[in-house]
Design a binder for this molecule. Structure first.
Ligand code: URA
Length: 284
């Protein structure tokens, strides 16, 4: 029960007004925010993160979790990560591993049948994200394509098959990582997501990251890299070097769709090096 106090204080602080009655097991019921347009974090349910040994993650939740939530009704910024709140966020462990699956489910419900930006007009299915809610490694792509839009799952088309191969190459499976995108609805003709669309949708990505608290993030291509690193520098210069998003190590690499278009030995080698570095960091 003591574990719950900082979470309840934290939820209050970010404006959550209504809590479902707690189930007999601590923190196991969804928490609802009063205003769905500004996502608020919550805890619920229990599941288990496999193979996570980072001592930082074993910290208790006795300290007040750092907040990254912006004031209600304030337009979200596209710069998600490395501002003044970065240090606070870095000290925040996220919900206990056993609460993460349900917390993601609550977030999915908050997203609802989203009409917050114009991308909803052309989509078939929202592509929220998939994988282990307690994953140590998270991939962030750009936005759904036609196959993903049809199926409601990220990276299931040609680029997805390539990503699956990349994941297997570093000794993991798709089920052991978490995969999400910058925007959750397909941009028309697979164009890049626009600034307002990213600003509207990215708070949901932030909350996925906050909930999962992966040990390592791999950004796939420019839009994801620019968003998380808050930079205009191109992927060619950034890939292969470590950065961070609110204290989480980030390795940018080429998008698998780009790799398929420019399937050179050199590009394959670069992506392999980036993923190998991510795997080593994960194991460290
Ligand atoms: N490309 C992306 O960036 N994301 C997907 O989900 C599929 C293709």
């Amino acid at each position: 029960m003591n574990d719950l106090r900082p979470w309840l204080e934290y939820l209050q602080e970010i404006g959550v007004r209504e809590l479902a009655a707690p189930a007999p097991r601590a923190a196991s019921r969804p928490v609802r925010a009063a205003a769905p347009a500004e996502p608020a974090r919550s805890t619920a349910g229990r599941s288990r993160r496999a193979g996570r040994t980072d001592p930082a993650r074993q910290r208790s939740h006795a300290g007040k979790p750092a907040t990254t939530a912006s004031p209600r009704n304030e337009a979200p910024s596209t710069a998600l990560g490395n501002g003044a709140d970065a240090e606070l966020f870095a000290a925040f462990d996220g919900p206990p591993p056993e609460d993460r699956a349900a917390a993601l489910q609550v977030l999915r419900e908050e997203l609802g049948e989203c009409t917050r930006c114009k991308l909803h007009e052309g989509r078939s299915k929202i592509v929220f994200g998939v994988g282990d809610p307690c994953a140590g490694l998270m991939f962030v792509g750009e936005g759904p394509g036609a196959d993903e839009d049809r199926r409601g799952e990220p990276f299931v088309g040609r680029a997805g098959k390539k990503l699956d191969e990349m994941i297997v190459a570093i000794g993991l499976s798709r089920e052991q990582v978490y995969i999400a995108n910058v925007v959750k609805c397909r941009p028309p003709q697979n164009r890049d997501p626009e600034r307002d669309e990213i600003a509207t949708c990215s708070p949901f990505l932030t909350r996925q990251i906050e909930t999962i608290r992966p040990k390592v993030i791999v950004t796939l291509g420019s839009p994801a890299t620019r968003l998380l690193l808050d930079t205009r520098v191109g992927i060619t210069r950034l890939r292969g070097t470590w950065h961070q998003f609110r204290g989480i190590p980030v390795m940018p690499t080429f998008h698998p769709a780009y790799l398929l278009r420019a399937y050179t030995k050199e590009n394959r080698r670069k992506v392999w090096e980036d993923l190998r570095a991510a795997r080593s960091r994960l194991d460290s």
